[in-house]
Design a protein around this ligand. Structure first.
Ligand code: GLA
Length: 394
């Protein structure tokens, strides 16, 4: 922590010739259950992770935001009165998008010099983009001298990603980043945007297993899945008028009309309806420490994601085998959007090192890829950095 503070502070001084005055952090997230249920208005069991994005900043008198990153090339100044995309440094579009969205929503923004540093691995399904959006939004809040409800902030960051960046994600990533609770998973209801904490017992650790592979995607897979779910909901609404999203459909209602749906749409619907139920099941299983149920629910989630939602990959299959055969495993499944990236396991705390060693060895032997395996505690949601030393803060 201290080293990271010094490094970012020193780099800030080198670049901008003065000290940062404001520091914000926003975490990434990992979902324990609920793949693609968020935009179907369903439930997700999610947690904020210890990996996070920091922005050190200093206000400017003009309407310019000059932002650079220690993790990515490019960056530079842009004008708050003429916000355009920068496709030469795509990561800056998250910052630009947040600025644009906050202004359109009526918030007064102040220009700043900012330096980003992130420990959330980029593009591995742990929401590095949401962490950047939220950290950036908090800088604007602080420098603008106003306050905002964290759920509203998450919604605005989601809007920035939907409308400015052009990725039609749900609310999961931004909500987890603003609302995370230390030591707890959140059982999130994506319809009313309320969540309740689900404590993760002392004897259970969350272990992220990064396949370090990303299937070649055209970018159309996520919107295509979303469109199929929405098509399924509107077809089922013809039989059940109260239905506005797949969250409203029970498995029996679905089964009664499975044959009325195109095949691929039917598979997507079945997965979402069952996955949504599994979220509630896992929350219950965690609170009663029912390890058998945790094992079964996570295994079913993976099989559904692979066969019905079709977001698997050969590396994910190899990782699943490695996790499931490791000592101390309680349950294991995919995480994030799928198509490679990170997966997640719940592991008996005393056995975490043996678990990690086994997964690293087994996965590397099968795929030739060295994975990243890290155990973590659930972290608090985004906010000011707690221990900024006085010489950095002023
Ligand atoms: C991505 C999206 C989220 C969510 C997950 C899948 O992370 O950004 O909104 O849909 O995929 O659960």
């Amino acid at each position: 922590m201290r080293r990271r503070l010094d490094r970012v502070g020193d780099e800030f001084e080198l670049r901008f010739g003065g000290k940062p005055e404001v520091w914000m952090r926003a975490p990434g997230r990992v979902d324990l259950m609920g793949s693609h249920t968020d935009y179907n208005m369903g439930h997700v069991l999610t947690l904020a992770i210890e990996q996070d994005t920091w922005i050190a900043a200093r206000p400017r008198r003009d309407r310019t935001v000059a932002v650079y990153s220690l993790n990515a090339e490019g960056g530079g100044p842009f004008d708050l009165d003429a916000i355009a995309h920068d496709w030469t440094a795509p990561w800056t579009n998250y910052v630009r998008g947040v600025a644009d969205t906050l202004q359109r929503a009526g918030y007064r923004l102040c220009g700043f010099d900012g330096l980003v540093h992130s420990t959330v691995p980029i593009g591995s399904g742990l929401s590095s983009s949401a962490a950047l959006e939220v950290a950036c939004a908090l800088i604007f809040v602080e420098l603008g001298g106003w306050s905002i409800d964290p759920v509203r902030l998450a919604q605005l960051c989601q809007r920035a990603e939907n409308e400015f960046v052009g990725m039609n994600c749900g609310i999961l990533d931004q909500y987890s980043s603003t609302m995370g609770q230390k030591g707890c998973a959140l059982l999130l209801d994506c319809r009313d945007l309320r969540s309740e904490p689900v404590p993760l017992g002392e004897d259970t650790r969350v272990v992220i297993c990064d396949t370090r592979s990303r299937r070649e995607l055209t970018g159309s897979e996520y919107p295509e899945r979303r469109a199929q779910c929405e098509q399924g909901a509107s077809l089922l609404a013809q039989f059940y008028p109260g239905v506005t999203a797949l969250r409203d459909v029970t498995i029996d209602e679905y089964l009664a009309h499975e044959a009325d749906l195109p095949l691929a749409v039917a598979r997507r619907c079945r997965f979402i309806i069952e996955e949504n139920e599994r979220v509630l099941g896992l929350a219950e299983a965690l609170s009663t420490a029912d390890r058998g149920a945790i094992c079964d629910l996570t295994a079913e989630s993976y099989v559904g994601a692979r066969d019905l939602f079709e977001i698997g990959s050969s590396e994910m299959a190899a990782m699943m085998d490695a996790m499931r055969s490791a000592p101390g495993v309680i349950g294991a499944r995919q995480a994030g959007a799928g198509f490679g990236g990170c997966m997640v396991a719940l592991v008996d705390a005393p056995q975490v090192s043996g678990f990690a060693r086994h997964v690293e060895k087994t996965y590397a032997r099968v795929t030739g890829i060295k994975p990243k395996v890290y155990a973590m505690h659930a972290a608090a949601g985004a906010g000011p950095l707690p221990t900024v030393p006085a010489n950095r803060a002023s």
